[in-house]
Design a binder for this molecule. Structure first.
Ligand code: SF4
Ligand code: SF4
Length: 346
């Protein structure tokens, strides 16, 4: 029998969910400009105590959503029963229970896996005032557990982008003094990390992205891995152990040992890895092929094995993913998150 977490793994790695004919969405469709589903219409679902965000289609797809006559919904996969009970989990801004905003989706860097430099248009995101206003409104109406902020690095550079985070954090803090704020910037100096904390951020995510230096250089050619590592060390000193996380994407051709060693390094620094399988789509396939060749397909078995490994390594370092209150570790929609999705396993 397939366990709920195995089903989540299949959903994470699988294709879109097809909606029933003439189905009217009872919740707002999310059109994210960051994260694995960037550029697609999607919705968050809840089943078996877990969340998953999936692209939605009206034709094709790998999974099919059905509405029962007496109420309730279920999911099939290729026409076969898959999940007996599933429901929509309303997305506030980008994800459930959080107001997660992209300050500026444009990025002057060119990480091979990332949608930001490739999204069409010149959308710049909301102003600080608008983000604060919308966050407060969401807090007072639907309720939110956190405000999270991410951004590409604009042509004005890293320093200007960090100042943009600072001004936005301050505006949000003015209206929501008690709500956790998480930030995901690219930073170059310890002083920039300090500035974000002083402005009122509670958690920070600085992304190591790839398990090895060699892969990092190929998939993030404009970034400096040593800088990320130095700033992660600073971030733990400034924000505290367990208040710092780092995206680690796998599926670039690294071994499981490479992933384990990278997670070990991060956890020994007091950083919680946000471990994510590589997702490919029209927006990144060509770039990835140029950087690393044809990406290997991540299997469900490997995804679960890596998540179990992550759980063991976190435990060994006396950490878990439950203390995180913002961004992806709190959201859980795109990954198998130890202690949240794997809470019932050993
Ligand atoms: S720094 Fe890299 S991963 Fe971050 S937004 Fe820019 S291109 Fe994407
Ligand atoms: S897990 Fe992260 S990227 Fe995915 S929907 Fe949630 S906040 Fe966005």
């Amino acid at each position: 029998m397939t366990s709920p977490v195995e089903k989540k793994s299949a959903l994470l790695l699988g294709g879109a969910v097809r909606l029933p004919e003439k189905f009217e969405m009872p919740v707002r469709v999310s059109h994210s400009i960051a994260g694995p589903g960037a550029g697609m219409d999607s919705a968050a679902f809840r089943f078996g105590g877990m969340r998953v965000k999936k692209a939605l289609v009206r034709d094709g797809g790998e999974f099919e959503l059905h509405v029962r006559d007496g109420g309730g919904m279920y999911l099939t996969r290729g026409g076969e029963p898959f999940i007996d009970e599933i429901e929509f989990e309303p997305v506030v801004y980008h994800c459930p229970r959080q107001a997660f905003f992209t300050l500026d989706p444009r990025c002057c860097y060119s990480c091979a896996f990332c949608a930001s430099p490739r999204l069409k248009g010149d959308k710049t995101g909301f102003s600080d005032e608008e983000i604060a206003r919308r966050s407060l409104e969401a807090y007072e109406t639907v309720g939110i557990d956190a405000v999270s902020l991410t951004s590409g690095v604009t042509e004005s550079g890293v320093e200007a982008t960090v100042w943009r985070f600072v001004s936005c954090i301050r505006k949000v803090r003015e209206v929501l003094p008690g709500v956790p704020i998480g930030v995901e910037p690219y930073v170059e100096t310890r002083e920039q990390v300090r500035r974000l904390k002083d402005a009122g951020a509670d958690e920070i995510k600085l992304n190591i992205q790839a398990a090895t230096e060699d892969i990092f250089e190929r998939v993030c050619p404009d970034l400096d891995r040593d800088t990320v590592l130095y700033r992660l060390k600073d971030a733990v000193e400034i924000f505290g152990r367990g208040r710092v996380s780092s995206n680690l994407i796998f599926g670039f051709g690294e071994s499981d040992d490479d992933i384990g060693e990278c997670m070990e390094m991060l956890c020994s620094m007091g950083v919680i890895p946000t471990v994510r399988s590589l997702r490919t789509g029209p927006y990144n396939s060509a770039g990835l092929r140029a950087a690393i060749g044809e990406p290997e397909e991540v299997t469900s078995d490997r995804l679960l094995k890596v998540a179990e490994m992550q759980k063991r390594i976190l435990q060994r370092h006396g950490m878990d993913a439950l203390c995180s209150r913002t961004m992806c570790l709190e959201c859980t929609c795109c990954d198998i998150v130890p202690f949240r999705d794997l809470r019932f396993s050993s």
